[in-house]
Design a protein around this ligand. Structure first.
Ligand code: UD1
Ligand code: CA
Length: 449
């Protein structure tokens, strides 16, 4: 493949989105639109990726900080041609092709981009437009051909009634050779929107005696541009359909696909059953034979095999084989639950390791703790981990039995096999094997009638 660089146009405000967020920062399946585009082209290892930012650029830059991209700015959004012009300074003496993409075409596949580049090379065109056959072409630039040869692109607001009937549309992705810079300098804002249209470069290049072609590859919906919330929703639906089909193929059961949300990068093992209401967000790995029931939300977590999760909220956790979570548990970042652990009704864990076969079954808060194996934490037990300034640790060794409604005033260490009486407030360490009672003695007094 000939050398190429990518330019991603993402300076527009995205007025049709009606949002305080720049359009390309809206998320599709948990990932900002612009990151989808960068990832799709990044897989082809371009020489450079230049991103044109403008409207509220700071928030977009934040989401690109781990990406190997160069950012240029378009201070005033005067149109897509004007946006591309801002990238010219990044390409002094550059001889390769320039793949231009709009930041709002998130579903484009790497393989489609690669076909476009190959097509352009084969045809030796100065511009190759990636086109699609749309069921509803409304809003897109129409591919106007004469005798099968690309003539121009007519934008929705400028197209004649005849041109509006054309269903072949511009995807907003183009491969240019380096005549593009000369063509851009000739674009004029003579159109309904008074903008500098990138699409005008087609006619300009042709007038300069250069070759302009279009190519239709891939499915139309993969090239859909996201301008408003309804299109964003449509794209989500398409991604969901694909994801769910892939999971069925892998032997995952999804009881009601219309009432389940599974992020594009979730990994789920065979014979796991997902019940209605589950929301599996980004960066989740679930093993084999698990049950995810009720309206459970899981994000950024690794769940081993045969785990059962009922109506629970899990984020940033690791959950071991055969564990049972919920109903109504809150498993927060840094929770590591080993094999066969039970965390039950209305219990919360945070930055805590709970070792094999230990139980936190009812109404507890366990934070900044290390809990050994076979520990039973009674109902209503709390680690008092925060003194208003700092967080402190509670360490409970294996085989300890903690009665109900115990407070651990951290830092505190409980020895192996210790027994703690219900209602105790533990402020001092307990040696192994001891029974601790730390509560006021019950008194019985005469009751006046
Ligand atoms: C554009 C195309 C249209 C095509 C459609 C595909 C033009 C004139 N029209 O229309 O032919 O069918 O995409 O989805 O290009 N941008 C800037 N600076 C600007 C203006 C736009 O960076 O001054 C960026 C936007 O952030 C966006 C992209 O260019 O990522 C396209 O702009 P948008 O307004 O969405 O163009 P469309 O009307 O969709
Ligand atoms: Ca668009």
């Amino acid at each position: 493949m000939k050398n190429f660089s990518a330019v991603i146009l993402a300076a527009g405000a995205g007025t049709r989105m009606k949002s305080s967020l720049p359009k390309v920062m809206h998320k599709l399946s948990g990932k900002p639109l612009i990151n989808w585009v960068i990832d799709a082209v990044g897989a082809l290892k371009p020489d450079n990726i230049v991103v044109v930012l403008g409207h509220k650029s700071e928030s977009v830059e934040e989401s690109l900080k781990n990406k190997n991209v160069k950012i240029v700015y378009q201070k005033q959004q005067l149109g897509s041609a004007h946006a591309l012009m801002q990238a010219q300074k990044a390409f002094k003496n550059y001889k390769g092709d320039i793949l231009v993409m709009c930041g709002d075409v998130p579903l484009v596949k790497t393989s489609v981009l690669s076909s476009l580049l190959k097509h352009s090379k084969k045809n030796k065109s100065s511009v190759t437009v990636l086109a699609a056959k749309a069921d509803d072409p409304y809003g897109y630039g129409r591919i106007v051909k004469s005798g099968g040869i690309l003539e121009k692109i007519a934008e929705e607001k400028d197209a004649t009634e005849q041109e509006k009937l054309i269903r072949e549309v511009n995807s907003g992705i183009y491969c240019f050779d380096n005549n593009v810079w000369k063509a851009l300098s000739k674009v004029k804002p003579d159109n309904a929107k008074k903008e500098y249209y990138l699409t005008d470069t087609i006619e300009i290049l042709k007038k300069l005696g250069k070759k302009a072609t279009s190519v239709t590859v891939g499915n139309a919906w993969e090239l859909m541009g996201i301008n408003d919330r309804s299109q964003l929703h449509e794209a989500e639906k398409e991604l969901q359909k694909i994801k769910i089909a892939q999971l069925f193929e892998k032997g995952v059961s999804i009881i009601d696909a219309d009432n389940t949300y599974i992020s594009y990068n979730a990994q789920i093992g065979q014979d796991t059953v997902i019940y209605p209401g589950a929301f599996i967000d980004t960066d989740v790995k679930i093993g084999k034979g698990c049950t995810i029931q009720g309206s459970s939300y899981i994000k950024n977590s690794v769940i081993a095999d045969n785990v059962c999760i009922l109506y629970s909220y899990i984020n940033g956790a690791k959950i071991g084989t055969g564990s049972k979570i919920g109903p109504f548990s809150h498993i927060r970042p840094g929770s590591v639950l080993e094999e066969g652990v039970k965390v039950g009704n209305f219990s919360e864990t945070k930055k805590t390791v709970i070792s094999k076969n230990s139980k936190v079954n009812h109404l507890s808060y366990i934070g900044d703790a290390e809990i050994g194996e076979n520990v039973n934490i009674g109902a209503g037990t709390i680690t008092c981990n925060y003194d208003g300034k700092n967080k402190h640790k509670t360490v409970i060794a294996s085989d300890a039995f903690v009665g109900s409604n115990v407070n651990f005033v951290a830092p505190v260490k409980i020895g192996k096999g210790a027994l703690i009486a219900a209602g105790s407030t533990i402020t001092n360490d307990i040696p192994p094997g001891k029974l601790a009672i730390a509560r006021a003695r019950q008194e019985l007094k005469y009751r006046k009638k």
